[in-house]
Design a protein around this ligand. Structure first.
Ligand code: ADP
Ligand code: ZN
Length: 722
């Protein structure tokens, strides 16, 4: 090949052609370095027929490729996945490729990296910044830039600490091999039903073909134990497994369990890795040496050398949907990857999504069921606390019966969990005197009070401010009041009611890294926490045998938003959090506080009749032609200038093509009408399932032009309607 088409790692560029120098060997998939203007940029050689270029250049004007990396090529199945993802989610292929080549430093050959760590020698006099840096860095190690970020100081502060010997350089070999997990290290004695399901998965792994399966089992039924057998089979066959988890906070407990079963840790992949760890993991994935990779959704696009099995745990979780950049759904793309790679895909969930259930219904996925909890553990009893009959006192949120249950649990030396999906102290702060409400200046959102950090914060853009002493509107002092509860306020209530209880608040504010999650798990296991107060972060995955009481503070909260999946999501969340109770030998109980005890979601939970709830939800989707029976795509137009956003959205609306089986709603101001200082307008496209709606949208938007400051994003199969 003397001429090569190359997809460069720059999302703004289409593929470009280059000349291959005579001494260089490249083939489709080769990772190369190419000249671009005065710079050099990495890219991947692609089949020209799969990657049309609209700027074909004559042979005589081609520039030479600079180098080919000594790395395994991006294999054909991954190339097809990248093309498919780009086409389906209407994204530039280069933006998807970037997720596959997600460690720039990994491209360079084996070498060592210099990292820094504290020496423990602390000089007597330290500036406050230096002291803060040393305190926050603690035992951690990383590049200067990484330590500066951890410590929230400038690079110069870290370098200053190196000069005075408080921090030292260490050379580490980045390509140390990962230990091989041992399939026979600690196999469990499976129950007959578990064994049967495990054998099905093992057979699928050995068959080496695409085989999507829904592993549907109640919380605590042993889904993890069972798919571990599939992983063992893949390891025995010398092949790799990818396990996707919805939150990086869940990787830590998973790693522990994995090590207990296989004797060694799997390779973790998530956004909290240091550059050197990322590089080492990427290279081990590409060489095939990393046998089991566990990660958040970004692990999906890594260049596995020899994939044998994909597992998506907690597959119903909506956090698998990426909401910026390439707006893909990792569960759906995982199934596509399984099909291109010809490997089985296990979707594990106690509360499968309606979309997944429908795939079982029409025979596309197999269903594997684990109907009961493992061993003596029983499903917890779920009872309603009707807040209209058993109300909490004023300015309190826990009903007397829930408080009594908390007291009893504490007296027995057992643990409780209170679930409220609201971070911070109070969702709204207002002035008692003039009624002024604190809004984010950049978003259509209230500023949320956080007492732990003593500030008001916007949960959409991260804008923060100290709580003012006086109202900015009427200047009345001490007039601010908190409205409604967040987890911090519930923690105050628990402290007032149960002064002896040791409480912990678990939210993304307190558990922001796997290390923090590990610390939480250790404290729970050691019995250092009596009451956990948490958001959706605590609803999934965790297994604490001594946790016997779960209280749902506001079961009605999730229903108020009213989008397509509100009822389903509410059901899943409450069923999942309820599933944390009574996982050991002690029975669990669940109290659900609600003002609408008759609501179908609540009834489905207390009668444990998920089937009729799902059936009714599915039928109403079918009638509305909503997913999975029809498709949606959202078009989101945004600009710093309101009129530009409105004009562009109107232009798009007016130019909508007439297509049989497709309807366009809007434009209308988005519910989140302003986000990060940008005005937002939305259109919603509703189409028949069989329609190639991406093709229609490509043609439609491709023919239009808008001002430079306007952004038009297309969200295919949207999960957020804000
Ligand atoms: P799920 O993933 O369905 O919620 P888990 O796999 O976490 O369920 O199992 C729940 C608990 O029961 C875990 O502590 C697990 O180790 C234990 N368990 C499940 N099956 C077995 C088994 N066959 N032998 C021993 N322990 C088991
Ligand atoms: Zn904001």
């Amino acid at each position: 090949m003397s001429r090569a088409r190359v997809l460069l790692l720059n999302s703004a560029l289409g593929p470009l052609d280059y000349r291959v120098p005579r001494e260089m060997q490249v083939a489709p998939g080769s990772i190369v370095l190419a000249p671009l203007g005065p710079r050099q940029i990495a890219g991947v050689v692609w089949e020209a027929e799969h990657m049309p270029s609209d700027a074909e250049v004559g042979d005589n004007r081609l520039r030479n490729l600079v180098a080919a990396y000594e790395l395994p090529p991006i294999a054909a199945p991954l190339r097809r996945l990248i093309e498919w993802t780009a086409a389906y989610y209407l994204s530039p292929p280069a933006a998807v490729l970037r997720m596959a080549l997600s460690s720039a430093s990994a491209l360079d050959g084996g070498r060592t990296v210099i990292e820094y760590r504290a020496t423990g020698r602390v000089p007597e006099r330290l500036t406050p910044q230096r002291a803060q840096a040393l305190e926050r860095i603690g035992e951690r190690q990383g590049l200067v830039r990484e330590l500066a970020a951890i410590a929230d100081v400038s690079d110069a502060v870290i370098r200053g600490l190196v000069k005075i010997d408080a921090i030292e350089a260490v050379e580490i070999a980045v390509d140390d091999p990962f230990p091989l997990p041992d399939p026979s290290f600690g196999p469990p004695a499976l129950s007959p039903i578990q064994r049967e399901v495990a054998e099905t998965i093992v057979a699928a792994v050995r068959a080496r073909k695409f085989d999507p399966m829904l592993l549907d089992g109640v919380t605590g039924s042993g889904k993890t134990e069972v798919y571990f057998e599939g992983i063992a089979a893949a390891i025995e066959a010398g092949r790799q497994t990818l396990v996707l988890l919805p939150e990086i906070a869940l990787t830590e407990p998973f790693l522990k369990r994995f090590a207990a079963r296989f004797g060694h840790l799997p390779v973790a992949w998530h956004s909290d890795l240091r550059q050197s760890q990322r590089r080492r993991a990427w290279r081990a994935v590409a060489s095939g040496e990393a046998k089991v990779v566990v990660g958040a959704r970004s692990a999906l696009f890594l260049p596995y050398a020899d994939l044998g099995l994909i597992v998506v745990d907690e597959a119903h979780e909506t956090s698998f949907k990426q909401e910026d950049g390439v707006m893909y759904h990792a569960r759906d793309v995982a199934v596509m990857r399984g099909s291109f790679e010809q490997v089985p895909v296990v979707l594990a969930s106690a509360t499968p999504a309606i979309e997944t259930r429908q795939m079982v219904e029409i025979g596309r996925y197999r269903e594997l069921k684990l109907p009961g909890r493992y061993g003596v553990a029983q499903m917890p009893a779920i009872a309603i606390v009707d807040l209209t009959l058993d109300p909490p006192p004023k300015q309190r949120w826990l009903a007397p019966s829930l408080v009594t249950a908390l007291q009893e649990t504490l007296e027995r030396g057992e643990q409780s969990l209170l679930f409220l999906n609201r971070r911070g102290y109070a969702p709204l702060t207002l002035c008692r005197h003039c009624g002024h409400r604190f809004r984010c200046p950049n978003c259509t959102a209230w500023m949320v009070e956080h007492r732990l950090t003593a500030r008001l914060a916007c949960h959409h853009c991260g804008h923060v401010m100290p709580p003012p002493a006086a109202c900015p509107e009427c200047h009345e002092e001490d007039s601010l009041v908190a409205c409604g509860p967040g987890v911090e306020r519930i923690a105050d209530e628990v402290a007032a009611l149960l002064p002896d209880a040791r409480a912990a608040i678990i939210t993304s504010d307190t558990i922001w890294s796997p290390a923090k999650a590990a610390e939480f798990v250790n404290r729970m296991e050691a019995g250092d926490i009596d009451v956990v107060i948490g958001t959706q972060l605590v609803t999934k995955g965790y297994h604490f045998p001594n946790l016997t009481l779960v209280g749902v503070v506001d079961a009605d909260l999730g229903l108020s938003g009213g989008d397509l999946r509100a009822a389903e999501r509410s059901f899943q969340q409450i069923a999942q959090v309820a599933g944390r109770a009574g996982r050991g030998t002690k029975p669990g109980r669940v109290l659900v506080q609600t003002r609408e005890p008759g609501a179908p979601v609540i009834q489905a939970l207390v009668t444990s009749d998920a089937e009729s709830f799902y059936h009714a939800e599915t039928e109403s989707r079918r009638e509305a032609g909503a997913p999975p029976f029809g498709r949606y795509a959202a078009i989101i137009v945004s600009s710093e200038k309101l009129d530009e956003a409105v004009d562009t959205a109107r232009l798009i609306g007016h130019s909508a093509p007439e297509v049989e089986g497709m309807m366009v709603f809007g434009p209308a101001p988005a519910p989140l009408a302003m986000l990060r200082g940008r005005h937002r307008q939305r259109l919603l496209v509703h189409a028949r399932r069989a329609l190639d709606v991406q093709d229609v949208i490509r043609g439609w938007l491709g023919g239009l032009e808008w001002k430079r400051g306007v952004r038009v994003a297309v969200d295919v199969d949207p999960y957020s309607f804000l």
